[in-house]
Design a protein around this ligand. Structure first.
Ligand code: ADP
Ligand code: ZN
Ligand code: ZN
Length: 722
């Protein structure tokens, strides 16, 4: 009989789910879920997590662990089973999944105590603060930034103002801000709503409250139907029962908004978790949630791995949002893991959206999600009026039609604000020769170069490599070069020219480089004076601009030519989302969509019949084609410097399909961007009738593909053309 203690340890290695180590004599046995320090290879120290304890190992000559880092488990048995399931579902090494789940602080070998964090919040409104900070511009900008993004630690304000902590202390002395070790101070004055719930809201809340244990709900409610109000009431109920709630929100600055809406209304300790926080702050929130010291955590994607002492419910707001899917490394979906996690914890999960994903709708139709519909707007304001404008016969001046320009002028003259939305930065997406048709491409990628006028450079948006603008065509020598198409830079220039005295603000990655830029531009918009905002994706979500009454959407046509079968679904969701920006003003909002395909059935369906009908037709099409959500898909992405070599190394994946009749395997196909940073890229698309068949095939592929090949697998991919 052996009397040794063997620890199975999850380490960040691709070749095994765990490695075995010995517990040295005299060392107290760590519990499962605790971190330990070990040596990987001969010397390299590494942090690992104990997955199991055993008295035996298939390996001989085990090394001892160096030390135990946690006295009590950082990862509960529940989270560990979530990670195990995620690893097998996404075909990723368990050790890597465990490491991905841990905040960076806990992955570091240098183990220090997690420092206390002090969170700042404002306690007065801007008008009060303004009169008391008249002589300090720094204090004013710190206050404003805090007000719109609170709660924040002083570290997260340093990019607005380098001596932020000094300014905060000054503001605190004046009684304008306060700090605490918790993100939210319990017992602050609560706002009580002055309305009664709508019938839809009451019915939804009752259904959720009457369920027991695990149950998934699709809260399908148009913008302004009061979904947030439902979350708030449910959160309060769970807190009263002594339970914790996880609220997931999409990326891009929406965390403070929902956080503040909830915090104004509940008596509970709240925390935020998002990528903008320092490592220490993230680690501290983890600890607090794990110990039951916070009641509600509002988090972005990776927050799905937060450990809770007593989880009572998960909410996924805007469940259709693409940012829930991690697009690099281990490609998990936080929404799907939320379903898994609530099942493991036996608690309800609520997926909320005004434009639910086809996946969630299909599950609701099958009865797997309970489908809760909210069809009335609480304020009874009409939705904005949408016009589809045919641009084929019209001359465009820097991207906009005359008619559009007239509309913009009219809204401005009424004192309103306008948003021009397009998802393309730069001046022009193409630089071409007028004589022979040559178009400038990147040397390292299979992609056209975008012209940026401000820098007078051509830039590759895939690798960011820059080129000087050619004086003549390299193919025919002609000097007649020109640009083709419009980006935000050109729209802005065109508007500046046509609207001389009006304020034009551009929000894209070229003009918004820091939180301070964002703040400065946002301040102008919030002041409410007439202006035109030109912006990309950055602006599509969340932000409330009460004076915005016209939204112009430019360049939607790419979606109609996309090879991605989800392109129109994503376009529909985007259009409804940006249109929603125009819905808050006193006057009825207007939306203009400029397109070369005005008679495309997409518009008829979405705009005349609405998202529900659009979605039904989408689902029927998908079913007829046997595409997700009626099939199970995965993509293998591989890259290599040499194209032929890449083809050859991928062959085994094609060969084995004969023994997997229930999957269809397409490829190797060139990726939509065939070459990126000098690497050739190929894909294999796998579509299967059943989840099981897909997994069996992927297991087989893992064994067959040569170990030197650089490849990853994306299970349930949501972006096919990236
Ligand atoms: P959603 O999240 O569905 O877009 P919200 O929950 O943000 O909608 O609600 C929109 C607005 O309506 C908010 O200002 C909210 O306070 C208010 N509201 C919510 N429920 C009601 C109700 N039953 N009656 C009146 N106003 C309500
Ligand atoms: Zn030429
Ligand atoms: Zn490039």
């Amino acid at each position: 009989m052996s009397d040794k203690t063997v620890l199975h340890i999850a380490l960040k290695v691709p070749f095994a789910p765990f490695l075995d180590y010995l517990l040295p004599e005299g060392c107290e046995q760590p519990q499962v879920g605790c971190r330990v320090l070990v040596k990987l290879g001969a010397r390299t120290p590494a942090v690992g997590v104990v997955l199991a304890v055993s008295s035996d190992s298939v390996h001989k000559q085990l090394k001892p662990i160096d030390s135990v880092l946690d006295a009590s488990p950082l990862l509960s048995a529940n989270i560990l089973s979530l990670l195990r399931k995620a690893a097998s579902y996404y075909h990723a090494p368990l050790g890597e999944v465990v490491h991905m789940a841990l905040p960076k602080w806990f992955r570091q070998v240098k183990n220090q105590e997690v420092p206390k964090q002090y969170w700042w919040k404002t306690v007065v409104d801007w008008e009060t603060a303004e009169t008391q900070t008249q002589r300090s511009e720094h204090q004013q900008s710190v206050f404003k930034y805090l007000q719109q993004n609170q709660p924040l630690t002083s570290k997260e304000i340093t990019h607005i103002c380098t001596n932020a902590s000094h300014q905060l202390k000054q503001l605190e002395k004046k009684g304008l801000v306060t700090s605490s070790e918790l993100c939210f101070l319990d017992g602050e004055s609560l706002r009580t709503p002055d309305f009664t719930l709508t019938e839809d809201q009451t019915a939804a809340i009752n259904s959720i409250n009457h369920s027991q244990g695990f149950r998934s709900f699709l809260l399908d409610g148009i913008t302004g139907s009061g979904k947030t109000e439902i979350y708030i009431r449910l959160v309060q109920k769970h807190i009263e029962q002594g339970e914790q709630v996880l609220v997931l929100v999409p990326e891009i600055g929406l965390t403070p908004q929902l956080f503040n809406e909830i915090s104004e209304r509940i008596t509970g300790r709240m925390a935020v978790l998002h990528s903008g926080l320092s490592d220490g702050a993230r680690a501290r929130v983890w600890q607090q949630a794990n110990l039951g010291q916070v009641d509600v955590v509002v988090a972005t994607r990776s927050g799905i791995f937060t450990p809770f002492k007593q989880l009572g419910m998960i909410v996924v707001d805007e469940e259709h949002d693409l940012s829930y899917k991690q697009q690099d490394g281990i490609r998990y979906s936080a929404r799907d893991l939320a379903l898994l996690r609530s099942q493991l914890s036996d608690v309800p999960v609520i997926l909320g959206s005004a434009t639910p994903s086809m996946e969630s709708l299909a599950l609701a139709m099958k009865g797997q999600h309970q489908w809760l519909k909210l069809r009335t707007r609480t304020n009874r304001k009409p939705l904005p009026q949408t016009v589809v404008q045919n641009t084929t016969q019209l001359t465009l001046k820097n991207g906009l039609t005359h008619d559009t320009l007239d509309h913009i002028k009219r809204h401005l003259s009424l004192g309103q604000q306008v948003l021009v939305f397009l998802n393309r930065r730069g001046w022009s997406p193409k630089w071409l020769c007028q004589d022979c048709g040559w178009i400038a491409k990147c040397d390292d990628c299979d992609a056209y170069l975008t012209y940026h006028k401000h820098t007078n450079r051509l830039t590759c948006h895939h690798c960011e490599r820059r080129y000087t603008t050619p004086e003549f065509c390299p193919d025919c020598g002609s000097q007649e070069t020109d640009v083709l198409g419009v980006g935000t830079e050109r729209i802005e220039a065109g508007l500046t020219q046509s609207l001389k005295d009006e304020t034009i603000l551009r929000f894209d990655r070229d003009t918004i480089k820091s939180a301070k830029d964002w703040q400065t531009n946002l301040d102008v918009v919030r002041r409410g004076e007439p202006c035109v905002i030109v912006g990309t994706q950055m602006l599509a979500k969340g932000h409330d601009f009460p004076k915005l009454s016209l939204v112009v959407v430019v360049n939607v046509d790419n979606s109609f030519y996309s090879t991605d079968f989800r392109a129109t679904e994503h376009l529909a969701q985007l259009l409804i989302q940006v249109s929603g920006r125009a819905g808050r003003a006193d006057t009825r909002g207007e939306v203009i969509i400029q397109t070369q395909n005005p008679s495309h059935e997409f518009f008829g369906l979405l705009l005349k019949k609405g998202y529900q009908t659009f979605a039904q037709e989408q689902l029927q099409e998908r079913e007829a084609m046997a595409f997700p959500p009626y099939s199970h898909m995965a993509i293998i992405h591989a890259q290599h410097r040499d194209e032929l070599e890449l083809m050859q190394q991928l062959q085994p994946a094609i060969v084995i399909q004969d023994s997997h009749p229930d999957v269809s395997v397409l490829g190797p196909l060139p990726a939509p961007i065939q070459r990126k940073q000098k690497m050739h890229r190929m894909q294999i698309i796998i579509n299967a009738n059943s989840r099981k068949a897909l997994h069996l095939y992927l297991f087989a592929v893992r064994k067959q593909l040569p170990s030197q090949l650089r490849w990853i697998v994306d299970v349930d991919p949501i972006l096919l053309d990236s």
